[in-house]
Design a protein around this ligand. Sequence first.
Ligand code: ATP
Length: 307
Amino acid sequence: MTARVPAKLNLQLAVGPPRADGYHGLVTVFHAVSLFDEVTVEPGARDTVRVTGEGADRVPEDGDNLALRAVAALRAALPRRAARPGGVQVTIAKRIPVAAGLAGGSADAAAALVACNELWASGFSQQRLAEVAATVGSDVAFALVGGTAVGRGRGEQLTPALVPSTQYYWVLAFADGQLATPAVYTALDRLRASGPGKTGPDDPDLDAALMSALRSGDAARVGGRLSNDLQPAALSLFPALRKTLAAGLELGALGALVAGSGPTCAFLAANAERALELAVSLSGAGVCRSVARVAGPVPGATVVTAG
Ligand code: ATP
């Protein structure tokens, strides 16, 4: 059983101060884009995982792998009277770069959930799967649904964005290096603590102007409202990204931002043709490791082959 699952961008990422549990309260607008990992699950003697493709050597092949954690969480959530499913061999074909701000690990967890739900004929609804997803990681629930959605809490409380299904064309610039998400949040807290008496809003707000731009389907308006509170922190840890962002804007992008905790940069183009031009120019400018053209929104984790 194979499931395909997209990477995500955050069109808005508003971060509150750290909460008592150590997490930061968020308001975010998730947007799933057409860069996919594929996760295959097959019955096995015990739970194992093998990772191939982009950045595979940096992904744990043990119980720390988020896809394996998702398998264990789904198994534990099965009703007691259900037959205990045996082990599962998980194979992950990665195209989403690792530790790049695109939530590839969460995506793999979501794919493992939908694939095992089929393999075991568990019959969990999307809603029930989302509850299990939230126990595995903050971005896993969104990777199940995909599209464009508003996330609150740690990002796991989702509401549909209720926007038209306009396609947006993006260029992603992959960096030569990674950023660890916790380090970026720590840098944000440090920057805020050393700023002029500001610790950030208690309750971050959804950007009404971004939502209105998304409702209009006008890419130029959307490009003008992209925002990411983590961006200054990511730039402080990875200063070369400033050059990447500036180059993309100079080359005609409608908007640019660091993706999630970075270091990937995302650029919005007016249409597919402009995205192609931008991708070619950006890769020629020598400001990133490689580029990819993607479109969004796309659906979340989907079973593609019953094996
Ligand atoms: P986050 O999802 O926290 O925003 P990210 O998108 O920047 O992070 P991921 O690719 O999700 O980055 O990887 C974050 C870390 O999770 C990696 O350092 C990796 O060791 C670990 N990890 C565990 N399972 C996976 C997986 N299946 N794929 C990728 N990374 C994984």
